[in-house]
Design a binder for this molecule. Sequence first.
Ligand code: FE2
Length: 378
Amino acid sequence: MTTREMPLTDERAIDQEDDFLKINAIDHIEFWVGNAKQSVFFWKTWGFKPVAYSGLETGNRRCASWVLEQGQIRFVLSSPYSPHDEMAAHHLLHGDGVKVIAMEVDDVEAAWRETTARGAKSVQAPAEQNDDRGLLRTAAIATYGQTVHQFVDRSDYVGAFKPGYKPLSEDKNVKPVGFAAVDHIVGNVELGKMNYWVNWYHRVMGFRQIVHYDDTVIHTEYSALMSKVMGNGNGRIKFPINEPAEGRKKSQIEEYLDYYTGPGVQHIALITGDIIGTVRELRSRGLEFLRVPQSYYDTLPDRIGPIKEKYDDIAELGILADRDDEGYLLQIFSRPIQDRPTMFMEVIQRRGARGFGVGNFKALFESIEIEQGKRGNL
Ligand code: FE2
């Protein structure tokens, strides 16, 4: 394993030893999609239960919006009613994708003030909404592409999601598959822009660089990418940032940027405590995951050593394994979850390891390139 820690060198990266932006957790991730009602069924297949709804029936004349939960994870799926809405323009340009990565903070006003003072572009000044379930405070700033970070304080709110959303009765048909929390959310940015955004997260949000993978680590015969992982003060929020690197053929990051029409969220990794059970169930429900060549599994036990899971199960389900100084991790990646080859999902189980599976990057990217070739995009 050849990860390399790189210090920040940009002089704009000012010293921020104190964690001025206290983030408790990812509050929710909102997808702007073409047909939220049908997307709900897709995420039900991933084990997410619909818990709240906003739309024409609740007095929302702008968009239909569904809130789904599993473990501590909350996804919001929204679609506009009017072709003239900003959401419709967003969908025309990007297709389905992540619009909002919302973070739970104690003090929305301070989070917005501190980040905008450090150069963040405001998307929404601090505002309060209330209904009979209490008071919700939010604000928002722009990050890469057209993606937004929202700050949420729901300490005085006990409703299903936000004012304007009605709770839904429990959908007993949905069976959770064991997802507990969001592990990390990865952004793809343009060639040459990785360091800009790494410094942006450092300067504006006080994040630290956890690890750096350069193109000598992440490359195949044909293409390469570079990645730096940014983490917040308490380590709960991890945002890797990728950019394409020059190679003989088109990088998977370039394919994403072409089809998403710019930077955006590449993948969301969800934590499970039992990846064998989770992936077996998801595969039985028809969800599609990438497979590396069977030869990967011939040498896996030698590379990883003893693990609690059975190697036969790992190979049967196409799960990948990686080990670092602190333990090991198991992971698997879905095929793109919409027609455009843009966003995909990762399922991850950590057994001590805190890395991101660098030992799997080469095998994984080769299998991505086989699929890229089938799409005529390599
Ligand atoms: Fe990942």
